[in-house]
Unconditional design. Structure first.
Ligand code: GTP
Ligand code: MG
Length: 349
């Protein structure tokens, strides 16, 4: 997952580190030719020289460690430009890339004490907090269900073929494993074979499905699914819908009707991570027309660039709930920003 971005961030991390190392070198006091190997008058007066009589080079290092390191904006400008290119090439949306660069700059430019400890730690710390800032907090579905009235009704929307139906099945299996009862509403009455497809998934994971005939009004199907949940005290209703593009106004108004009739607690927008910036644009459109409370990005297992996952929360202001990481029912990862940052920068950070 996001392997290409991970490699590029590693390169950016090294580049920022060497820019700061360059600053350390230029801020070190020059070693006078005649005094090499013995303390100079100026350095000897500094309190940092240890009594173990270290070499002159060691003393210079100690001085740098003890002093404030002052990193200017100019020192980092090339490395930050490279980081910006890296992010844009990885399909990170421009405002998000700008936000990351601004935060890394704020984290690194200025005075640093104890810089001698580790330049790399300083760089990783700045990258980490910049990424965490733009990734937001995620959306803890289990906690949401725990704290809301039953049944919790969740409507899944999105364009064609992004993985809505598979995600409904995966989330059903996930919630069942957490001890919740679930019913699925077969709200895609439009595409031939869609009812059968969700029926097969529901059968495999052992979840009740409510369905009508192909061509039926999806609002009626999903209304029935909610009624079933109420009368059977089911915890969660998962409503599948047909894929549609936001440009198709008749299909979008059908979705509005579903909203009015079913009254979902959550509208979850599903798109594929591999779509990069397209996913961001579409998510914003869906949010504008029918609303979205959270986002699931599927096919993260096939996404090397990671741009959509990095960008979506910051650009549309809605949290990421899950990442889809494969075709199996288990291939669903609750979105945990800390884990994603670890994946990108390495767990040793
Ligand atoms: N690799 C991978 N494939 C996925 C993932 N999620 C879904 N898929 C695959 O994507 C394809 C489309 O999935 P569907 O669930 O049918 O997509 P949909 O959005 O319901 O499609 P429509 O109903 O036609 O709009 C299927 O082959 C899924 O197995 C994922 O996280 N990773
Ligand atoms: Mg579907």
């Amino acid at each position: 997952m996001f392997g290409g971005l991970r490699e590029k961030l590693q390169a950016a991390r090294n580049r920022l580190g060497s820019s700061i190392q360059g600053v350390i070198v230029t801020q070190a006091p020059p070693v006078p030719e005649t005094h090499k190997g013995e303390p100079s008058a100026s350095t000897a007066s500094q309190k940092t020289i240890s009594s173990a009589a270290p070499s002159f080079v060691d003393k210079v290092k100690i001085l740098i460690i003890d002093r404030e390191l002052i990193v200017s904006e100019k020192d980092l400008s090339d490395a930050l430009s490279e980081l910006e290119m890296t992010l844009l090439e990885s399909d990170v949306a421009l405002p998000v890339s700008d936000a990351i660069i601004a935060r890394v700059r704020t984290g690194l430019v200025g005075k640093h004490r104890k810089i001698g400890a580790s330049v790399d730690a300083l760089v990783v710390g700045a990258l980490k907090s910049a990424l965490l800032d733009v990734l937001g907090n995620g959306f803890d579905l289990v906690n949401y269900i725990k704290t809301h009235n039953r049944p919790v009704k969740i409507l899944f929307t999105g364009v064609n073929g992004t993985g809505k139906t598979t995600t409904v099945a995966k989330i059903g299996a996930y919630l069942k494993k957490q001890g919740y009862t679930v019913v699925i509403g077969a709200g895609d009455t439009y595409r031939a074979g869609a009812i059968e497809q969700i029926g097969v998934h529901a059968g495999r994971i052992g979840i009740k499905i409510i369905q009508h005939q192909e061509g039926a009004d999806p609002s009626a199907v999903l209304f029935d699914a909610v009624q079933y949940a109420v009368s059977h005290k089911i915890d969660v209703v998962l409503a599948d819908t047909a894929g549609r593009f936001h440009t198709k106004s008749n299909l979008m108004s059908q979705l509005e009707k579903i909203r009015r009739v079913m009254k979902p607690d959550l509208v979850v927008y599903v798109d594929e991570a591999v779509a990069g910036n397209d996913a961001i644009v579409r998510a914003a459109e869906f949010d504008r027309t029918v609303g979205a409370d959270a986002v699931v990005l599927t096919k993260a297992d096939m996404d090397s660039r990671g741009g959509a996952a990095i960008s979506i929360a910051h650009t549309i202001g809605k949290p990421l709930m899950f990442l889809g990481t494969g075709q199996g029912y288990e291939d669903l990862m609750p979105f945990d920003p800390v884990k994603v940052v670890e994946e990108l920068l390495g767990s040793d950070t």
